[in-house]
Design a binder for this molecule. Sequence first.
Ligand code: ATR
Length: 292
Amino acid sequence: MDDQAGKGLAGPRAVIIGRPIKHARSPLIHGYWLAENQIAGSYDRREVMPGAVAATLRDLRDEGYLGGNVTVPHKEEAFAACDHLTERARIAGAVNTFWFDGPDLCGDNTDGIGFVGHLSETWPDWDRNPAEIRLMGAGGAARGLIAPLLDRNVKTISVTNRSRDRAESLCSDLKTVFPDAKLSVLDWKDRGLGLGTVDLLVNTTSLGMAGQPSLDLDLTPMKATAIVADIVYIPLETPLLAEAGRMRLRRLDGLGMLLHQAVPGFERWFGVRPRVTAELRQEVFADLLGQG
Ligand code: ATR
């Protein structure tokens, strides 16, 4: 743990909390931007035990931190500890970015805008026409993604999840915030149905992650213009993306979301909107290869 907390240190400071925290990539990303923007601040990491999140966040405020990030397994605990939440954090039920407003703790969830930011940068035309989206999974990651997607030019989102009840509760929660959204639930066994009209397929499940089975899905019916996205980034080319590549479909990997979700936090704490560049992506990619 390289915790450099303590009042009196020069410069603005932010921090990431989680457990384990050793392999978190956010310190690399924010450290890169601090150096690039010549800001004499720091971005620290702190290992926190489950149950201790609310108390730690108060301590961080008292130690003079401006805010920080939350990673697994603390995103829900941080959510519960916040005095103020953004709407997208409320829908996600999880907080990955926090800051202090006087004594108050404020929380956001930037995973979804990170995903959409990466998508729009890579394939700017993706929602030129109303997009038909197939969301695979209805867990925490899907909850984080869905509200920022619904803010765009979207025709329909069909959600499919192994446990159907989770997909149903996600859709019914969303209906209260987006009453006009066209959402539907598909049985997991039917996850390949109707793929011929889908413009964007997003895997938010852990299937395809190193050590996990791959997502069993036949992409053959998909249109040539369709985009296949995976939020898994270890490995960067999941079996799903490899199959999409063989079919010459457009692809979006999970690393871009990791980089783009960090942008709003950095801007809030350090006052500069940072850039996601090919060089930063290469640095983080090399780090992933080194540490697995
Ligand atoms: P996260 O916060 O990363 O989304 P999660 O909330 O545990 O983590 O959700 C993991 C997702 O992967 C869920 O959609 C889960 O399906 P269930 O809700 O049915 O558990 C999905 N998932 C994990 N293992 C799976 C498997 N072997 N087959 C199908 N879906 C799986």
